[in-house]
Design a protein around this ligand. Structure first.
Ligand SMILES: Cc1ncc(COP(=O)(O)O)c(C=O)c1O
Length: 469
């Protein structure tokens, strides 16, 4: 009788404590429903109100619903509407309803994706996603990969495998013996290399600055004709999707030029890789199947929730040799052990959302969604050019660089656009010019979003011209 009472009490407590999940779902849905109508950036009052979080840690427990209420009341207004359709900064990407739902369900599962034994489903979905990605990109079955936080860690993972593969080809075991006295590996990057890639090089002992920088052309592409003559195995780092112009290094040409040198060709394809999903854009990454490693982000274009980077390596065994370790207390399954391919042991099951994205979209809708974003980028460029503003890049993908006149006029335009709240864009420097950068990579962006954002940009630019002179 007593046990039964206890069971009922425990059941009641459990169901009461799970009420907070219903509440979180309702609050999350309300947040998403309001995205279309709210300003993209939070207002000053919402950011100032965050100071209210800064209390002493309570001595006594605070009820779960009160914790959530506080988080929602103070936190939700101080978010940036990156999940909406009018955020065009930083190539961040949005999340679709199904990828968010998969993320919620996976969070409820609370799986540790380090081990097959910790999450058969998380491990199996990684295997399936890697196969689907191989098929999408035309990669052979030897390719393997890992799901990490973002493209920085994807670059890191690929370059760690590159270090291992190159040094092993020179008779050096870097995993065992480290870098002291190891043969030197020349590292080649483009002038437009993303700084997170050079950071990864630094973390791996190659040095951020001990690199040969290849000049780029007017579109930011590495000049194959300026590529240095290689005297031996080297690490070549190319880019697919320049952070400013969205343009692509000539992958195939550089592969052909360097094929005989035993070099490792890595491509930082944070967002550009997804051009391969579209028959119309695939030519941009021509030759991708011939490289040795590729780093990309699924939280950018396939629009899975932040965060999810993917490292792909042609010889999965090299990535495995680089990352794996064994210890008696961790079981090893005959199937793919996820942690044998990642820098981390414990991590969340990112394959769940990637699987949901690819399953929900299918090849056709993924291609159409990416093509739609690229068409919207062209519409931005056309609309701004028609209004008399200067477009600084060829629109090959989803990136638009626009100058609104002098540096002061462009900076003031960006300030006014951010303050207005209809949309959000950031600034950049391109070929010694100050520009505004528009990155279209949210599947939530509608043509109406583009038109209202264009109208705002043009109005703010005219106001800036009037005020700055
Ligand atoms: C070309 C390129 N590489 C690497 C990164 C870093 O990716 P993440 O922020 O996911 O670490 C970015 C980010 O935008 C990028 O555009």
């Amino acid at each position: 009788m007593k046990d039964e009472d206890n069971g009922i009490a425990a059941g009641r407590a459990q169901s009461r404590s799970l009420d907070v999940l219903q509440s979180a779902a309702a609050r999350g849905i309300r947040f998403r429903n309001r995205l279309a109508a709210r300003p993209v950036a939070p207002d000053r009052a919402a950011v100032d109100a965050l100071a209210a979080f800064d209390t002493p840690m309570p001595d006594e427990p605070v009820p779960a619903e009160d914790v959530l209420e506080l988080l929602d009341t103070l936190g939700s207004p101080a978010t940036v509407a990156t999940a909406g359709g009018r955020f065009f900064g930083f190539v961040i990407g949005s999340s679709t309803p199904v990828t968010l739902a998969a993320n919620w369900l996976a969070s409820a599962w609370d799986q540790n994706a380090g081990l097959w034994a910790g999450t058969p489903v998380g491990s199996q979905l990684e295997i399936v996603c890697l196969r689907w990605l191989r098929e999408l990109l035309g990669l052979d079955e030897h390719w393997g990969g890992a799901f990490v936080t973002g493209c920085t860690m994807a670059n890191f993972s690929c370059l760690a495998a590159a270090r291992s593969g190159l040094l092993s080809s020179l008779g050096w075991d870097v995993e065992r013996d480290g870098l002291y006295s190891a043969p030197e590996i020349p590292v080649i990057v483009g002038e437009e290399v993303h700084p997170t890639l050079t950071k990864a090089l630094g973390l791996l002992g190659f040095g951020r600055e001990r690199v040969i920088r290849v000049p780029t052309d007017s579109r930011g592409r590495m000049r194959a004709d300026a590529f240095p003559r290689l005297s031996g195995p080297s690490l070549l780092c190319l880019q697919a999707g320049n952070l400013n112009t969205g343009d692509f290094d000539p992958i195939r040409e550089i592969r052909e030029r360097t094929a005989a040198t035993g070099s490792w060709l890595h491509v930082d394809a944070a967002f550009g890789l997804w051009a391969a999903a579209s028959p119309d854009l695939r030519h941009l990454v021509g030759g991708i199947e011939s490289v040795d490693s590729i780093a990309t982000d699924a939280h950018k274009w396939p629009n899975v929730p932040c965060d999810c980077g993917i490292a792909l390596v042609r010889e999965a065994d090299i990535l495995r040799r680089t990352m794996s370790f064994s210890v008696a207390y961790l079981p090893e399954d005959a199937r793919r052990e996820p942690s044998h391919y990642t820098p981390e042991l414990s991590r969340r099951a990112r394959g769940v959302e990637v699987w949901a994205a690819l399953m929900n979209l299918g090849r056709k809708r993924l291609a159409a969604a990416i093509e739609c974003n690229c068409r919207q980028a062209r519409r931005f460029a056309g609309g701004l050019a028609d209004a008399g503003f200067e477009i600084l890049n060829d629109i090959v993908l989803n990136q638009v660089l626009v100058s609104f006149g002098t540096e002061a006029q462009t900076l003031e335009t960006i300030r006014l656009i951010q303050e207005d709240g209809t949309c959000w864009c950031g600034g950049t420097r391109w070929k010694d010019r100050t520009a505004m950068r528009i990155s279209v990579c949210s599947f939530a962006t509608t043509d109406a979003d583009v038109e209202s954002s264009l109208e705002t940009m043009i109005r703010c630019a005219r106001e800036a011209r009037a005020s700055v002179g």
